[in-house]
Design a protein around this ligand. Structure first.
Ligand SMILES: Nc1ncnc2c1ncn2[C@@H]1O[C@H](COP(=O)(O)OP(=O)(O)OP(=O)(O)O)[C@@H](O)[C@H]1O
Ligand SMILES: [Mg+2]
Length: 249
C-alpha cells in the first residue's frame, strides 16, 4: 500500500507483466519523488528493464496502474508517453543512423510541434533549440556527422539530447554508463545533475555502485519483479539481504 505523497510525480501500483509464465514484474509498487534521482537496482533479470518498458509504453502490462501527472492509467501507449512528461533512453541505443546528428534532434523537436512541422519543417526556433541542446551535451562540433559515424559515447550523448529535446519531466535512463569511458561518464553525470537542479526527475537503472552512491537521492532494489528494499543509498547498500540478492543468493 502506497501512502499518498504530494511530492510524487509518478506512482506505480501493483504493476505486473509476465512472459509465458515468467513473472518479470510481479506486483511492483513504488512512488517517485519530483526533482530527485531514484536508482532502480537489482540482479540481472530482476525486471528493471521490463518495468521501464511498461511505464514508457513500450509494452502493455498485465495488471496494476500507473499514476502520472495526477492521472491513473491502466494502459499507456508510446505516443501518449510524452504527454505525461516521460522520456527514456535505451539499454541499446536507438538513433536514426542515416541522419546527421542535428537532424536526429530536429525530428524530435518538430514532432513536438506537429502543426508547425506541416508548414515549416525546421523552423529557426527548432534550429536554435537543436543548437542549444547539442552545445549542452558537447556534440555541436559533430552536428553534420551521420549518427552511424559517431563513437559509442557520442551516440549515447545524442540519445540523451533526444530525450532532453522532449522537454520531459521524467527521464528513464536504462544503464546509461555501460561501456562509456570515464571522461564520458563524467559528462553524463554532469548532464543528469543539471537536469535534476532544474527540477527534473530521473529514474536511473544502474549496476555500478559508485555511480549509484554519487547520484541517487533514493534507491529501489528490485528482485524477482518486486521491491526487495528501498531507502537512502547508504542505508540500502549496506543491507546484507540486498548484497545477497546481487551475489545470486
Ligand atoms: N521480451 C521478453 N520476452 C520474454 N521474456 C522476457 C522479455 N523481456 C524480459 N524477459 C524476461 O523477464 C525477466 C526480467 O528481465 P528484464 O530484462 O526486465 O531484467 P533486468 O532487471 O532489466 O535485467 P538486466 O540487469 O540484465 O538488464 C527475465 O527473466 C527475462 O528473461
Ligand atoms: Mg535491463
Amino acid at each position: 500500500m502506497i501512502t499518498e505523497n504530494k511530492n510524487s510525480i509518478l506512482e506505480v501500483k501493483g504493476l505486473s507483466k509476465s512472459f509465458d509464465g515468467v513473472h518479470a514484474v510481479a506486483g511492483m509498487s513504488c512512488s517517485i519523488e519530483k526533482g530527485t534521482i531514484t536508482s532502480i537496482i537489482g540482479p540481472n533479470g530482476s525486471g528493471k528493464t521490463t518495468l521501464t518498458n511498461c511505464v514508457t509504453g513500450m509494452m502493455p502490462f498485465d495488471g496494476g496502474v500507473l499514476c502520472a501527472s495526477g492521472v491513473e492509467l491502466a494502459r499507456i501507449v508510446p505516443h501518449d508517453v510524452p504527454t505525461y512528461g516521460i522520456a527514456r533512453t535505451f539499454q541499446n541505443i536507438r538513433l536514426f543512423e542515416q541522419m546527421i546528428v542535428r537532424d536526429n534532434l530536429l525530428v524530435v523537436l518538430t514532432e513536438r510541434a506537429p502543426l508547425a512541422a506541416l508548414f515549416e519543417r525546421h523552423s529557426p526556433l527548432h534550429e536554435e533549440q537543436a543548437e542549444e541542446l547539442l552545445r549542452h551535451v558537447g556534440l555541436w562540433e559533430k552536428r553534420d556527422v551521420l549518427a552511424s559515424r559517431l563513437s559509442y559515447g557520442q551516440r549515447k550523448l545524442l540519445e540523451i539530447a533526444r530525450a532532453l529535446a522532449m522537454r520531459p519531466l521524467i527521464i528513464f535512463f536504462d544503464e546509461p554508463f555501460a561501456g562509456l569511458f570515464p571522461e564520458m561518464v563524467k559528462t553524463v553525470v554532469g548532464i543528469m545533475k543539471e537536469f535534476r537542479e532544474q527540477g527534473g526527475t530521473i529514474i536511473l537503472i544502474e549496476h555500478a555502485m559508485d555511480l549509484i552512491r554519487e547520484l541517487s537521492d533514493h534507491v529501489i532494489v528490485m528482485d524477482a519483479g518486486t521491491v526487495l528494499a528501498e531507502g537512502a543509498p547508504a542505508e540500502v547498500l549496506s543491507r546484507t539481504d540486498v548484497m545477497e540478492a546481487y551475489l545470486g543468493g
